[in-house]
Design a protein around this ligand. Sequence first.
Ligand code: PLP
Length: 424
Amino acid sequence: MWEQENRCSDGSRSNDLLGDLERYVNPGRARVYRLMGMTNIECRGEGSRVFDEEGNEFIDLCAGYAVLNMGHRHPTVVGAVSEQLQHMGLATKTMLSRPEVELARELAELTPGDLQRSFLCASGAEAVEVALKVARMFTEREGVVAAEGGFHGKTLGALSATSKGMYRDAFGPLLPGFTHVPYNDLDALEEAVDENTAAVIVEAIQGESGVVIPDADYLPGVRRICDDSGALLVLDEVQTGLGRTGENFACEHSGVVPDIMTLAKSLGGGVIPLGAAIVRPDIFQIFDENPWIHSSTTGGNPVAASAGLAALRVLQEEDLARQARDKGGWALQYLQDMAEEFPEVLSHVDGRGLLIGLHFENPSGGIMVLTELFQRGVLVVPSLMNWTVMRIAPPLNIPDEDLRAGLELVRDVVADVAPQLRDM
Ligand SMILES: Cc1ncc(COP(=O)(O)O)c(C=O)c1O
């Protein structure tokens, strides 16, 4: 009966979706899904649960790479978007649009310091593009210093800041003027930043590198180096923002306020793609002369902006940052105890809030655990910049019992694969 209720296919649709993915979308992705035995077709999400077309149920411990801080189909977000759709979909761009302006005002109120003007777009990479363009235009300088292991997206500008060769090599030459220095190394940063540096762009905690948390003095040091040199500080909070690490924004752990903050992922409330670059007003003055020097036809559209407004309401009403802090506290302890129990499998577990990285000794360990967990009904993800780290980043409002059940299954699987990994 339960299974029946959760089926969402009437059987009339293509029964060879994997073949169609291979033929019409991306054969490489189809191959990977097949290899990993992950060919299920998802069709319904609810809170921290996901269902496939066969009615199988999964506990979501990855939240679509931190896109679902509010969980799947949060009723406040779905309600706001449905309500907006009763009136208007995309904007004409000939008049004022209330949701866009109201979302920008809310972002100005919620973000720290004097971050005030928002450029709205649809993705993290687009938000990073805005930050880089604004920094170059405002400072009239060319250089950008980014961090090794940093991930900022895959459009050409954002990719120039992203450090991993595997994503960059085929597309060169990328933008000139970009250098990368080791993360969490203030001496290296100081040496790289000079009078031609327009911006330093870093993540407050590196997400795709496998949850790399810098020393407490790192971000304040980065702020000082930027202030001394006149470079702008761009903090990329696309992954760490909106409660994920136990504060609304990860920079709040150190009290550092950037000149530009980038947001995306959960800003759309897990329902609509939405990104934003939030900029100090004096820097944004560069738009005064030509307000369309950078623009996006659909950026800040009423549907996405109403999702964003609802997402910010949920963030505050449910105090998602506190939930991440509380649940992240005991989850991290549980997983660190597990790492001590299986030192041959895991070198360590690190995290802040509900952004947790399991660092495997063997590069294959993470993928083995991930695929086995999938078979047992738990979703986790690897890290794009470091495949030896598996990430746990559930919806922040996941019920305690779901999180606990998911983590117990993680432990069961680690225990089960330990003998295999020991012999590899
Ligand atoms: C820190 C950070 N910046 C930027 C991006 C790119 O975002 P998007 O995939 O929405 O372009 C990501 C994506 O994972 C990210 O983690």
